[in-house]
Design a protein around this ligand. Structure first.
Ligand SMILES: Cc1cc2nc3c(=O)[nH]c(=O)nc-3n(C[C@H](O)[C@H](O)[C@H](O)COP(=O)(O)OP(=O)(O)OC[C@H]3O[C@@H](n4cnc5c(N)ncnc54)[C@H](O)[C@@H]3O)c2cc1C
Length: 299
């Protein structure tokens, strides 16, 4: 049995690929408040995130190309309507307005992280447990959890911002976003919006608008200051629309690393323990590629 520690965007995607390939998988999730997948936007935009030409650029492009098939297979396996919509408008390109055809990036897309996680975990053995530590034992790995111990042949650590518990150099970057009760709008991205990159998209739960950026902050309560910034931001993205004030705040902890690179590698020499974490603000974008890579290594 392969145990996946953490059933967020990365752990759930890996568990899905392993199960699709016929592996016996167990997902352990602690149900942490502030899990990034619960607050993540679902923008799949290497352009907006300025990843082209960076060390992540190639991974991002490859993962984006896997997304249509990944979304289709998630929908097929789960029976859920998995949101995946092509097209993002970049509203800060010099000399361009959102309505100019050149501002549209048709190959980029949006999705809905909570539905991705739900679809990926559909039909899998998922248990609520916090993994406290790992112990190497003959023939496997012992997981000591708050719900008792268990032994697995192999383990994937995908504990998001909480990965430091396992000695991994990951820290939280808090993000606050807003949901507006409004009719669907075009997905847009602006890097020139007073402080933080600003983006918004239509989702099944409303119009999403995000997001603030606070490194090394574990606070999962919504902040009034962030809410004010978000409330003032909607007209910057959709100046032609009258949108209501935010109806709900979302707060999540992005799992970040000092060099901005995800940690996807074996941790033990025998290859029984793997890490897949540190995806920062790109976990939705990079999920299909990370899942494919880890599944190929473990199977
Ligand atoms: C506001 C915001 C906006 C974002 N927007 C985007 C976006 O538009 N595009 C994009 O690509 N990415 C975006 N992201 C980033 C993306 O959400 C993350 O990169 C991604 O969720 C990371 O996935 P993960 O599985 O590593 O961590 P998480 O999604 O945080 O999941 C980790 C899981 O591990 C569990 N866990 C933790 N410790 C333990 C333990 N000891 N035992 C068992 N379980 C444990 C937690 O309960 C949690 O469910 C955004 C994030 C935020 C916060």
């Amino acid at each position: 049995m392969i145990a996946v520690v953490g059933g967020g965007l990365i752990g759930a995607s890996i568990a899905f690929e392993l199960a699709q390939a016929g592996a016996d998988v167990l997902v352990l999730d602690a149900g942490k408040r502030g899990a990034a997948w619960q607050a993540g936007a679902g923008m799949l935009t290497p352009t907006g995130e300025r990843l082209h030409g960076t060390p992540l650029g190639d991974l991002a492009a490859r993962s984006l190309s896997l997304w249509p098939d990944f979304a289709r297979r998630l929908a097929q396996a789960s029976g859920l309507a998995v949101p995946f919509r092509g097209g993002i408008e970049h509203v800060n390109s010099p000399g361009l307005r959102p309505s100019d055809p050149a501002a549209l990036s048709p190959h980029e897309a949006t999705t809905h992280p909570p539905t991705i996680v739900r679809a990926a975990l559909h039909g899998l053995d998922v248990r609520r447990a916090e993994v406290l530590r790992l112990e190497q034992v003959p023939g496997g790995v012992r997981l000591v959890t708050d719900a008792g111990p268990l032994t697995a042949a192999r383990v994937v650590l995908a504990a998001g911002a909480w990965s430091g518990r396992f000695g991994l150099p990951v820290f939280p970057v808090r993000g606050q976003a807003a949901l507006l009760a409004a009719a669907p709008v075009p997905a847009r991205y602006s890097t020139k919006a007073r402080g933080f990159p600003l983006y918004g998209l239509p989702r099944p739960d409303g119009v999403y608008l995000g997001a603030t950026v606070r490194p090394h902050c574990w606070d999962t309560a919504a902040r009034a200051q962030d809410a004010r910034w978000l409330g003032a931001a909607a007209p910057l993205l959709w100046p032609e629309l009258e949108l209501p004030q935010p109806a709900q705040m979302l707060v999540g902890l992005r799992p970040c690393t000092a060099d901005g690179q995800p940690i996807v590698r074996r941790l033990s020499e025998d290859g029984r323990v793997w890490a897949a974490t540190g995806h920062g603000r790109h976990g939705a974008l990079l999920a299909p590629l990370t899942a494919q890579q880890v599944a190929q290594e473990l199977l």
